[in-house]
Design a protein around this ligand. Sequence first.
Ligand code: PLP
Length: 374
Amino acid sequence: MVVKTSIPLVNLQRQAQSYRDAFQASFADLLGKADFIGGAAVGQFEQAFARYCGAQHCVGVGNGTDALYLIFKALGLQPGDEVITSTMSFIATAEIFAPLGVKVVFADIDPCTYTLDAAQVARFITDKTKALLPVHLYGQPADLTALQQLADQHGLYLIEDAAQAHGAKFAGQRIGSWGTAAAFSFYPGKNLGAFGDGGGITTNDAELAHKIRMLANHGRLTKYEHAVEGINSRLDTLQAAILLTKLGHLDAWNARRIEIAAFYHTALSNISDLKLPQLGANRSHVYHLYVVQTAQRDALLQFLNAQGIQAAIHYPIPLHLQPAFAHLGYQAGAFPHAETLSQQCLSLPICPELTMAEAEDVVKAVKAFFDNHP
Ligand SMILES: *Cc1c(COP(=O)(O)O)cnc(C)c1O
């Protein structure tokens, strides 16, 4: 029988405790300097993260949603313009467009990688399309070669929603350095997470970086002169200092996620009603989430929760069927791959701090479920 246990989806406490001394040094430094906004750590982190991604510039902002919004605002998209993105994502990917008057157009995912399918995108390109916005869902990069090709063919911007895939690579090159710009989230549960909200934009376009920096800081030219109407969306000094410390561990943490995913993959590979994550060609996966698919999803979720294993669903409703986008007029059946995934997906616990014993408990519980529900 399965032992009663308590395994959270992500264990943030364990990480906070393991690096307590380093984090406390950041707090002490902040208390000493009291440079809460715009302190030295912000520029240091921006430089380090740009270098990590292989991009020329990084602009720290308030959160990942603002990062997306600021990219499209700075690109000067106009009311009536269209952006094509994946219907399988967190709502932030799509909710940023209404305030810009931009129409969001959804497309289906590739059923192997769960990321935006270039062939599906091609069906929806019109003369109003201005950009493609793939999402590196669950930590796996979308097919950036195919999407870049399509963007080049039609003169479109390629923007990455990189909020779930810090450190992942496509064709040997880190995400965040492809296309025109990339949006990152440093929400605490992400692969690189702050102690609160945080976000960043990477780009190789110096002018775009400058514009975003200005927009994110009240459209400021100087302290009292504002070139344009901007917003307030800055990365706090404290968050930058925490992120700078954590960035040094990111590759090791991602390696640990990959190790846990490999363990799950081997241990769970012989269950007929369980589809495991698949890796697309030419890329690495950093397993922000380890998402399996089964027709018995709801029963499995209930069973795991009853064992104290916190599995979760990312995401139960694809964006085109969200009430928030009802006005766009999409019907059920429009995007079958995303709809099947939303009905069958289940995220098993994964984070660098998950122990092998805990991973084994998860495997035992999943196997116990399928022994009784073949
Ligand atoms: C987390 C996330 C965002 C938004 O980031 P926040 O920092 O929470 O605003 C955007 N897109 C995706 C795919 C995400 O997972």
